[in-house]
Ligand binder design. Structure first.
Ligand code: SF4
Length: 322
């Protein structure tokens, strides 16, 4: 049994060998270590529920190989305009009534244009006025744009590293890993909290998963939220047809994220729809403590949300109060 007192606390100097060694641990040992770390920082019964609204869908100039919203691929998704402020705030009101503490707004842009950013800032102000925390994902940002979002009251910004630096150009060619790091630095400088993780199951090797976690865990400050996504394969995207990832390898990735970034929320993100309840339960055991509750905000009953609630009830998990 490991000496739990010697388990890592907050460190930013992880080495590739250390992260690789965690991935190599026997599964029960890895999960035990992850649970010890998790319990030191969080109540393991609590799971944060986040709600995401796509405020501008499709037609994106980027060529992310996993994304159906890229204009480079024919996936049947029509490009839409930025939603109206009223419609977004109505959705935020509903999210609040549904118990959400945080409202995330996503737009399929390479980076926001000035006029669009002004409009999103007005949305953020409206969301804040409802008493909700705000989060946005709008693509790359300049230092000035990050400051503008902060001034509007933005609490969190999602900007994923996607994959390892080594595998990056196999997935995206329209921007670089360095571009991602620059936007993250601009956000930090503006005082905005980060939601930053990546995607697995994109045909990468374990070494790439090691590289991705290493890149996240050695950022100057760990992201407050670390979404770990499992590729959702979409017809028309280049990554459709990728070999399926062993679910235990996904759980391992969650556990290593938990151990290396102990105080961060580790979010079980995309790909949950296709995951068994048992795999999701293992992810919670491995230290995941946040989920997206439904990909869309719906005005009608959301079966996925009901399934989430049912799973949480079966596991004795409770929503985290932000
Ligand atoms: S930047 Fe975002 S919306 Fe655009 S293609 Fe990449 S993942 Fe999709």
């Amino acid at each position: 049994m490991p000496d739990t007192a010697s388990l890592p606390v907050l460190r930013h100097d992880w080495t590739r060998a250390e992260v690789a060694a965690l991935f190599e641990l026997p599964f029960p040992e890895l999960l035990f270590q992850a649970q010890c770390v998790h319990r030191r920082h969080f109540d393991p019964r609590q799971v944060q529920l986040s709600t995401l609204l796509s405020i501008k869908t499709g037609g994106c100039a980027e060529d992310c190989g996993y994304c159906p919203q890229s204009a480079h691929y024919d996936t049947g998704i029509e490009a839409s305009k930025l939603m109206s402020r009223d419609a977004v705030l109505e959705a935020a009101r509903e999210a609040k009534e549904g118990g959400a503490g945080r409202f995330c707004m996503g737009a399929a842009w390479r980076s926001p244009k000035t006029r669009d950013l002004d409009e999103v800032c007005a949305m953020i102000e409206g969301v804040k006025a409802l008493g909700l925390e705000s989060c946005a994902t709008l693509g790359m940002l300049t230092p000035e744009q990050a400051r503008q979002l902060k001034a509007a009251g933005l609490d969190y910004y999602n900007h994923n590293l996607d994959t390892s630096p080594e595998y990056y150009e196999r997935i995206i060619t329209t921007r670089t890993f360095r571009d991602r790091l620059d936007t993250l630095a601009n956000l930090r400088a503006a005082g905005i909290s980060l939601c930053c993780g990546g995607i697995v199951g994109m045909g990468e090797t374990r070494d790439d998963r090691v590289g991705m976690i290493l890149a996240l865990a050695t950022l100057p400050a760990h992201p407050e939220s670390v979404p770990i996504n499992l590729l959702v394969q979409v017809e028309g995207t280049p990554l459709n047809g990728s070999a399926a990832l062993d679910p235990f390898e996904f759980v391992r990735t969650i556990a290593v994220a938990r151990i290396t970034m102990p105080a961060s929320m580790v979010r079980l993100s995309a790909g949950r729809e296709g995951m068994s309840d048992e795999t999701q339960a293992l992810c919670f055991l491995a230290g995941a403590n946040s989920i997206f509750c439904g990909e869309r905000l719906l005005t009608t009953p959301n079966p996925e949300r009901d399934r989430d609630r049912a799973l949480m009830d079966r596991l004795g998990l409770v929503p985290m109060q932000d």
